[in-house]
Design a protein. Structure first.
Ligand code: F6P
Length: 595
């Protein structure tokens, strides 16, 4: 289905530059003169329908229900209602979501859906799809959905249809990816490109790495992709130590093209390449850029003909399907990349049109919110039973925690409720032999998203060992059962366990899980899964009434680090201008480094 026709945010105030918008809310310690300048934009108006959750009737109802939820016994709940497993399950786009093993009942779900209505989430969703500047602190539209809109769709920003721009960049990416994959794009000495090194961090790294790992089976194995992100030079060293610069292509990926990690790594890469390739002309064949900042790209020395652009209405952590996915496209090819985009779009349409009770992002968001705000769960484990998804939780950490790790509401007043939980996880079954002990018997409940695919990509196994995939799937299902239903002291005693050992061998159960059983991993399915989480984050942020699309919390550390760099390198005298702890650490470092 085509994306909806949308209108531009006609009444939107004039856009301010990112720099001034940033300055206006920079923390006091890091502030500059410009931060206090009189040019600061006026405070945005929060739409009246954006009601604070704790002002709703539904929130009060949920608060009353929480006591029952906390003492709920899933054994009894399943025994009482034989249809519970199917009643609290839904399926769309090849994703079967079973949320029945959460501490919910029909009254809870009714209240959660009432909360959606009272908090104006559907209006907010409409505003996002319509290109309104819902990123209020930066006065920007939030239109990652436009990145995967089909060609004929119309989505306007400031009165201009942006979909043709998206497809123009996609077309350029495709021509470039094809040239690299086919060997038509050659390095400076005429050799084929064997390794693509993406240099980027945060949203300019996590999505591409996660997708490369997830879709390795769909990738051109003759070209390897590597990812350098950390400012720690060991990252660059390890990723390049065995490479031939004549066969290496660097993709410098940075929305702003000012991020210190990426720019430092990119400068190092250029020096590394030129040391061996000798001629500055080699840069054109070995460096391309992905950015919104053409001026900085040119300043770095990359011809803007070799730059793939995107736009300020794409947040870094929502950008893996923009040109930031260039390394993904080189790896899996343009056709598979189109499939990935189609998967994102499938989920956008599902999110936009499916009734809330059958809407996967709504359901994941509401269950998560119930666990976080009413049952007091502080973390969520994402546990994919799929080795290809081994970077999924790292990716989701940024998506969820940078988006919703906020403590003030859209109007700047403190949140009177909890926001983003800590997201973490590792693939099953590895995690079972590491941290599941705590999930089963620890003192803090950890809701889990258990994710598995029905079909393996490779049927691996032997007659003696059995089929790996059946064993894998048996494990995920067993974990869901064990977490929900546990093992009572009576059951442990009945096994002949001595009395003193019974408490140690008892499993309390009632640990919440969602199980997502998905048909098969493919580029399209990956797109659906990622968009599912993107929209889950949207719904939660919308109810929590925070801006899910800014990230001021990362700024202070960046500013302070810049001040400390010359003090460490010895190019500036240590002024001992910090607190006594930081001063002593700087002095120790300098002494050990002989500075
Ligand atoms: O520091 C946080 C952040 O701004 C992320 O939001 C972003 O994904 C990352 O840095 C990288 O930014 P850029 O793509 O501009 O280099």
């Amino acid at each position: 289905m085509a994306a909806p026709k949308t209108r531009s945010a006609a009444k939107r105030p004039t856009r301010t530059s990112t720099a001034s918008a940033r300055a206006s809310t920079a923390p006091a310690r890091a502030s500059t003169a410009s931060a206090r300048a009189s040019t600061a934009p006026a405070a945005p108006t929060v739409p009246a329908w954006h009601v604070a959750p704790d002002r709703t009737k539904a929130w009060k109802r949920l608060t009353a229900l929480a006591r029952k939820g906390r003492s709920m016994d899933l054994r009894k709940a399943f025994a009482k209602d034989r249809t519970r497993g199917t009643a609290f399950s839904t399926e769309a786009l090849g994703i079967h979501l079973d949320y029945s093993k959460n501490l919910i009942d029909r009254a809870t779900m009714d209240a959660l859906f009432a909360l959606v209505a009272e908090c104006g989430v559907e209006k907010h969703r409409k505003a996002m799809f319509a290109g309104e500047a819902i990123n209020l602190t930066e006065n920007r539209a939030v239109l990652h959905v436009a990145l995967r809109a089909p060609k004929g769709a119309v989505i306007k920003v400031d009165g201009r249809n942006i979909v043709p721009d998206v497809h123009e960049v996609l077309g350029r990416m495709e021509r470039f990816a094809d040239a690299v994959r086919s060997g038509r794009w050659r390095g400076h000495t005429g050799k084929r490109i064997r390794t693509v090194v993406n240099i980027g961090i945060g949203g300019s790294d996590l999505g591409p790495v996660m997708a490369y790992e997830a879709l390795k089976d769909f990738s051109e194995r003759a070209i390897e992709c590597r990812y350098v992100s950390n400012i720690d030079g060991e990252d660059f060293y390890e990723k390049t130590r065995d490479l031939d610069p004549a066969e290496t292509l660097f993709v410098v990926s940075s929305k702003t093209f000012t991020t210190i990690e990426t720019m430092t790594n990119a400068q190092t890469a250029r020096a590394w390449a030129l040391k061996r390739l000798k001629s500055p002309a080699a840069v054109a064949k070995h460096f391309v850029a992905v950015s919104t900042n053409a001026a900085e790209v040119a300043k770095f020395g990359i011809d803007t003909a070799n730059m793939f652009g995107f736009w300020d209405w794409v947040g870094g952590r929502y950008s893996m399907d923009s040109a930031i996915g260039l390394s993904t496209m080189v790896a899996i090819g343009p056709a598979n990349f189109r499939e990935l985009l189609a998967g994102f779009h499938d989920m956008d349409e599902h999110f936009r049109t499916a009734p809330a009770r059958r809407n996967l992002p709504f359901l994941l968001a509401l269950i998560g919110l119930w666990n976080r705000d009413f049952l007091g769960c502080e973390t969520v484990a994402v546990l994919p039973y799929c080795q290809y998804l081994h970077r999924l939780s790292a990716y989701l950490q940024q998506l969820e925690m940078e988006s919703n790790g906020k403590r003030v509401q859209l109007d700047g007043t403190p949140c009177r409720w909890q926001t983003s939980p800590v997201i973490w996880g590792e693939p099953g079954t590895n995690g079972q032999h590491a941290f599941y002990q705590m999930i089963h018997q620890g003192t803090s409940p950890v809701p889990c998203d258990l994710i598995a695919f029905a079909h393996p990509l490779h049927a691996v196994g032997s007659k003696e060992g059995g089929e790996h995939h059946d064993i894998l799937l048996a494990n995920i299902l067993a974990q869901g059962e064990a977490l929900a239903f546990g093992k009572t002291p009576a059951e442990v005693r009945a096994e002949g366990t001595p009395a003193w050992l019974v408490p140690h061998r008892t499993f309390p159960g009632n640990r919440p899980t969602n199980t997502m059983l998905i048909e098969r991993l493919s580029p399209r399915m990956l797109g659906r899964i990622i968009a599912l989480y993107e929209h889950k984050v949207f719904v939660q942020g919308s109810i929590w009434r925070v801006n899910s699309f800014d990230q001021w919390g990362v700024e202070l550390g960046k500013v302070l680090a810049k001040r400390i760099i010359p003090e460490l390198s010895g190019t500036a005298p240590s002024k001992a201008a910090h607190d006594s702890s930081t001063n002593a650490l700087i002095a120790r470092y300098r002494a050990w480094r002989g500075r």
